[in-house]
Design a protein around this ligand. Structure first.
Ligand SMILES: Nc1ncnc2c1ncn2[C@@H]1O[C@H](COP(=O)(O)OP(=O)(O)O)[C@@H](O)[C@H]1O
Ligand SMILES: [Mg+2]
Length: 234
């Protein structure tokens, strides 16, 4: 299994943000992580990418324990992510943002990589625009291009479709399926239930820090606890 989270807990003072959560993301699959606001999804991503250390539990990549590896070592090991609150270089152009990511990842031809990735996510037409001037939806696609510049084995996406129009969303969905077909393990946090149900092979549902259900989307959407905690309101 490329990525496995094994009984991870995260405590922030009095708040148990993640409570013995376990999940796995397989190569070739799009795995969804859903749940209400405050469930602990972003915190779990922060644990996987190494931005925070779990209070207990472990994270493995290809069977190797990476729980205590620093962020940059995980990135080199093949974990890339996008951020719910965008983390772009706002004064650099769209093209330069991807080029810099490719340079940091020591790709052989960073300019060529940047050109190809902008084409791939469908934002070549804004290559010269400063990233800080982009509408949110386009900036999210740029974050995906930047993550791909590192040639990840595991790609973590934190609400990539928020701010995207319907057409952009379905193009993003198609792209994520293609990435899975290239043997990347895609782990997706997303509130757009329609998109999640359509493109995920498997879902994990987080509520108040706990995984309350997992399985194929069609099963998970019928799960009473999931309907109560999350889907019922929608
Ligand atoms: N750095 C932090 N310090 C204290 N509490 C935090 C911190 N980050 C998140 N939390 C709390 O942890 C819980 C889970 O938050 P988060 O992981 O952002 O949820 P989600 O992404 O599912 O909306 C929330 O109660 C949130 O307030
Ligand atoms: Mg979040």
């Amino acid at each position: 299994m490329p990525l496995a989270v094994d009984s991870v807990s995260v405590r922030f003072g009095g708040v148990l943000a993640v409570n013995e959560a376990s999940l796995a993301a397989a190569a070739g699959h799009v795995t969804g992580l859903i749940g209400p606001n405050g469930a602990g999804k972003t915190t779990l991503f922060n644990v996987v990418s190494g931005m925070i250390a779990p209070t207990s539990g472990r994270v493995t990549l290809g069977g190797e324990d990476i729980t205590r590896l620093p962020t940059h070592r995980r990135a080199r090991g093949g974990i890339a992510r996008t951020f719910q609150r965008l983390e772009l270089f706002s004064s650099l152009s769209v093209f330069e943002n991807v080029q810099v990511a490719a340079e940091i990842a020591r790709r052989a031809a960073p300019r060529r990589v940047a050109g190809e990735l902008l084409e791939r996510v469908g934002i070549s037409h804004v290559a010269d625009v400063a990233a800080g001037d982009l509408p949110t939806g386009t900036a999210r696609l740029l974050e995906v291009a930047r993550a791909l510049a590192t040639e990840p084995q595991v790609l973590l996406l934190d609400e990539p479709a928020s701010g995207l129009g319907h057409e952009e969303s379905s193009r993003l969905g198609a792209l994520l399926r293609q990435l899975a077909a290239e043997a990347i393990a895609v782990l997706l946090v997303e509130h757009d239930v329609e998109l999640v149900m359509e493109i995920c092979d498997r879902l994990f549902v987080l509520d108040l820090g706990r995984i309350i259900a997992s399985g194929p989307p069609a099963e998970v959407r019928e799960h009473p606890a999931v309907i109560d905690a999350y889907l019922g309101a929608g």
